[in-house]
Unconditional design. Sequence first.
Length: 179
Amino acid sequence: MQKPKNLRSLDVKAFAKARTYLEGETPIAELERLAQDCVGELTGHVVWSLQGAVEPDASGKDAIWLHLEANATVPLTCQRCLHPVSAELLIKQDFRVVADEATAVAEDDESEEDLLVLEDHFDALALIEDELLMALPLVPMHPTCLSERVPTSKEEEAILAESKPNPFAVLASLKTRQH
Ligand SMILES: [Zn+2]
């Protein structure tokens, strides 16, 4: 099986029937919607794998499946101290591919797996990005913010003092959140 040229234009049926396995790394900066939620310089990658398969569905009929795994560590803003906080996103999701939107709507409630509508030019990278966006923490936060840690030395005291939220940064954050 030839490696599909473009993850953004996948023939899902052929991909699954050939039981293709693909893995790769995509810079977070290339996923625009995800990058918008991140702060600072984006140097990280999303590590992903996609396995196509033909396997029975719950009723025993052969169906087309995509098994997706992805992980990424993204820099977000801690909502308590407004300093950067890393969030690790781990995705492991099974998708069953159905013929059309009507089938997807009809079967969605009783399916444990997620349903996708069959496309000849399926954007698998957008699917990976959708899953990562859904895995983002609603309120990113340090388990313990630097400013709340009790300093154990003079040196650490200085670091902690510097990490106190800057009131101007707080204001700026409030403004951007209104948009
Ligand atoms: Zn914090």
